[in-house]
Design a protein around this ligand. Structure first.
Ligand code: FAD
Ligand code: DHB
Length: 390
């Protein structure tokens, strides 16, 4: 088998890249370990930046997102017993859309298959070979057991944090930057009406909480928990008591309802540099991970592949390698800005064990500065709504 760009991973990065390349007349094959059903059912991100929405719309994958997604023109930061609205639209001219990642994936898979895309689910034994030379290869076994070798011009490693592409780069040729946070998020989906028109990020003495939404009847909520917490150990009453306590303000209670999905989510910051080794190009979570507080992970994956597709298109159309040679540096600049924002939101909003009374007062002063001054709020809003792509 042969293709121009072999793409490992059918997450947001891999599928979006494949379609962007198709629109530039470049062939690709996408392979993924997981089945289409699993990919389309895994609950993850919820917030799309305006740049991601624009890109999905331009490539023809935005119709359902515009019909079913919720446009939010602001969000709330809650601390000290009061809410503080960040007027995203007023401060930046942009909004965000709450539309779950698995719905984005359904739309991308559909558009890719409708346009003749080659996406192979449920493969196994994936390995990349000769990535430093001009003819890299991907070896894998099809879902039906047939062993394949895919010859490529380029390999895109879009296989997430636990994938095989990044480790295929010799250790001496990459540098990895890590931060593990001393807490996790406990995430739930519940059957209830929305408790708020906009997302609420709450910084409480008991720890962080986030109130998001999915539909008029399903809500998504998270709260900071210990790293060794087991989701199954919590009764529904205990979960609601914790959420109610953390978002409490005068006269406001969350609407409660049956909790039908729960899980504990690790919090890490991670970057691997550079994003290219020979003919292997990394994008999305394969190359970097952010803690979810800034809602940046999926959006960063989209921004990476926007830059990467443009670079590959210039290479194929005009033999111009300038953009592909600059891919890593161009993408990493935005990656590090998002890393900073995600770390900053995380440190501003969470409770850190061992924090002193001074640390807590300082944290409240920072929240006051960012929500209570026009310059602070604008900086927060610009980063949350999302930096330009490219
Ligand atoms: P992934 O989505 O991880 O996709 C990688 C794919 O590669 C997977 O389908 C996997 O099966 C496949 N794969 C792995 N190994 C192999 C292999 N060896 N061979 C073939 N295929 C392989 N981001 C936001 O922007 N906004 C949010 O609000 C947000 N909230 C989040 C909430 C939670 C609870 C979590 C967990 C994450 C959240 N994120 C958010 C982050 C976001 O989900 C990720 O950043 C995003 O999925 C990254 O996309 P990706 O395509 O790079 O990687
Ligand atoms: C959601 C997830 C996030 O990480 C975030 O910052 C905002 C919303 C969500 O799942 O809706």
């Amino acid at each position: 088998m042969r293709t121009q760009v072999g793409i490992v991973g059918a997450g947001p990065a891999g599928l979006l890249l494949s379609h962007l390349l198709h629109l530039s007349g470049i062939d690709s094959v996408v392979i993924d370990l997981r089945s289409r059903e699993t990919i389309e059912a895994t609950i993850r991100a919820g917030v799309l930046e305006q740049g991601t929405v624009k890109l999905l719309t331009e490539i023809g994958a935005g119709a359902r997102l515009h019909r079913e997604g919720f446009v939010h023109r602001g969000f709330e930061i809650r601390f000290g017993g009061a809410g503080h609205r960040i007027d995203l639209h007023g401060l930046t001219g942009h909004s965000i859309v709450v539309y779950p990642q698995h719905e984005v994936l359904k739309d991308l898979i559909q558009v890719r298959l409708e346009t003749g895309g080659d996406v192979r689910f449920g493969v196994r034994d994936v390995a990349v070979h000769d990535i430093a030379g001009p003819r890299p290869r991907i070896a894998f076994t099809e879902a039906d057991g047939v062993a394949r070798v895919l010859d490529c011009d380029w390999i895109a490693g879009c296989d997430g944090f636990h994938g095989i592409c990044r480790p295929a780069i010799p250790e001496a040729e990459r540098t990895e930057f890590h931060r593990i946070y001393p807490f996790c998020w406990f995430g739930i989906l519940c059957e209830a009406p929305p408790s708020s028109d906009e997302l609420i990020y709450a910084a409480h003495e008991r720890g962080f909480a986030l109130i998001s939404t999915r539909s008029p009847t399903v809500q998504r909520m998270y709260f900071q928990c210990a790293p060794d917490e087991r989701a199954a150990d919590w009764s529904e009453d205990r979960i609601w008591a914790e959420l109610q306590a953390r978002v409490a303000v005068d006269g406001m209670r969350l609407h409660e309802g049956r909790i039908f999905q729960r899980g504990v989510i690790a919090m890490r910051s991670f970057v691997c540099e550079p994003l290219r080794h020979g003919r292997l190009l990394l994008a999305g979570d394969a190359a970097h991970v952010v803690p979810p507080t800034g809602a940046k992970g999926l959006n960063l994956a989209a921004a990476d592949v926007f830059v990467l597709a443009r670079a590959l298109a210039a290479q194929y159309a005009a033999g111009d390698s300038t953009l592909i040679d600059n891919y890593s540096a161009t993408a990493l600049r935005r990656v590090w800005r998002a890393q900073h924002f995600s770390w900053w939101m995380t440190s501003m909003l969470h409770r850190f064990d061992g924090a002193t009374a001074f640390d807590r007062r300082r944290q409240l002063a920072e929240l006051d500065l960012m929500t209570g001054t026009p310059d602070g709020a604008k900086l927060l809003a610009e980063n949350y709504a999302g930096l330009p792509f490219g």
